[in-house]
Ligand binder design. Structure first.
Ligand SMILES: [Zn+2]
Length: 282
């Protein structure tokens, strides 16, 4: 699943390319989107902003229309100069916004809808989102509220910290890669119930999460697709970018103990951790 930093970078790049420009072309493979676009044509409107909210990407147009997309597992947004050959087959195009010489194409984006700002404000999925770890780093300057994240974490005291970090209703932006990496950096066993962690532990975890997402936003190159180049170790060796993720059975980069991996949750996502650097609570 794309992590918050991926969606955030996609939104920033689309914002830079499209904001302030007039829409000259709009297409969608989704009949519901096409129908709204027929009644409320997009061509001729101005792109006002592109922002990420958790894993949702919102493109706002003049005249009170917002395109909401969610990438889920396989979706991605690409930016092209008009006339340039796409890197994905045209049949994977789900939604397209063109503005002069720039074309933004959403490939395999499984969720797309056109909304008014009023619909958006009432949108249950968006309203339920926990504070966005990258909120104040982007073009929409909502201040990040760590106290609110802690409050939401405390309502899930029986859940493991690994599950809570993935719960977008608690805090939005963390996917499976960062989940394992953040807990390694915090020295916390992923299966610790939240109720057994102190406020200090939780604050530290949230701080590391913010730092990791933000530094990945800053350092990564301008590809809009997924997960290439994410790093947490600061190593210059490209094969040593991550501490534990996807390293089951291999030695810990810090202590040499073997990294463990375990499938958890309904969708059996893998959690990676070092049993020595991340001991269970006493
Ligand atoms: Zn270790």
């Amino acid at each position: 699943m794309p992590e918050g930093d991926t969606i955030f970078r996609a939104a920033e790049a689309l914002h830079r390319a499209l904001a302030g420009r007039t829409v000259t072309r709009f297409e969608s493979a989704y009949p519901a989107v096409t129908r709204v676009a027929e009644d409320h044509p997009l061509v001729g409107r101005t792109v006002e902003s592109v922002v990420a909210r958790g894993k949702h990407l919102l493109i706002a147009f003049s005249g009170d229309l917002v395109l909401r997309t969610h990438m889920r597992m396989n979706g991605s947004w690409h930016l092209y100069r008009a006339g340039v050959r796409w890197q994905r087959p045209a049949r994977e195009m789900r939604v397209l916004v063109g503005a002069g010489d720039v074309v933004a194409v959403g490939f395999n984006v499984p969720v797309a809808e056109l909304l008014s700002t009023r619909d958006l404000a009432r949108h249950t999925e968006l309203r339920a989102l926990g504070p966005d770890l990258l909120a104040d780093a982007g073009s929409d300057q909502t201040p990040f509220d760590p106290g609110e994240v802690l409050r939401r974490m405390r309502t899930r005291g029986g859940d493991t910290i690994a599950d809570v970090l993935l719960n977008q209703r608690v805090v939005s932006g963390i996917g499976n890669v960062f989940k394992s990496e953040i807990l390694f950096l915090a020295g916390i066993d992923p299966f610790t119930p939240v109720a057994r962690l102190t406020d200090g532990d939780l604050e530290r975890i949230v701080g590391i999460a913010r730092q990791q997402l933000a530094s990945n936003v800053m350092t990564r190159t301008q590809t809009l697709s997924r997960s290439i180049g994410r790093r947490t170790t600061r190593s210059l060796d490209p094969s040593a970018k991550l501490w534990v993720y996807s390293r089951g059975g291999r030695p810990c980069r810090r202590c040499g103990a073997l990294i463990h991996a375990r499938k958890t949750g309904l969708d059996a996502r893998l959690t990676y951790w070092c049993p020595r650097c991340q001991p269970p609570p006493a």
